[in-house]
Design a protein around this ligand. Sequence first.
Ligand code: GRF
Length: 219
Amino acid sequence: MSARGALRLGILISGRGSNMAAIAQDCRSGRLGAEVALVLSEQPAAAGLETARGLGLATRAIPWPGAAQRCEFEQEAAAALDAAGIELIVLAGFMRILSAEFVTARAGRILNIHPSLLPKFPGLHTHRRVLEAGERSHGATVHYVTPELDGGPRVLQARIAVRSADSEESLSARVQATEHIIYPKAIGWCAEGRLQWREERPWLDGAPLLTPVLEEFDA
Ligand code: GRF
């Protein structure tokens, strides 16, 4: 996406920010040709903001004003992202739903990570639902954000096996460990220009990406 230099990322968080930290560390080590130019949270007390400050990253808190005032939040967030020269918006545990207007105006410039093998289990409490459904595999998905919640084109997935002894907590931990690998990887593809958004869909290495790339993890 950016032949001029490191791809400028704006990471939106609501909580712990472990994905944000993994991405920032890969940027810092040079493994990822991108730069975290802003970490923005709608929760001023988010632990991830403290982590980001500890990593020397620019942070901004814009308290969530309530769903009825989402437009005000989005205007303020857009101004902050634009001022920081953000080229790619990275949702990493951002727990608010962005409006169709916000998302459509930035088509192909917002990624999200979701803790399931989408299109299975969109929404919340994925680990619990996977266990209740007796699924034999589970994982995480990096996808482009469109107005359909958790429904945008999928780019990269991590698959793990569900073990008979698994609990919500153990599944969550193993899925998160894969997220910290696949999210920086997909962002790296953007930074290298391998992953592009053209004709309203993702392209990888010059061809339309019709099915997501799948990585198997047996962690
Ligand atoms: C991750 O599991 C991600 O899939 C989901 O929210 C969680 C965020 O975790 N969207 P963290 O804040 O990055 O630690």
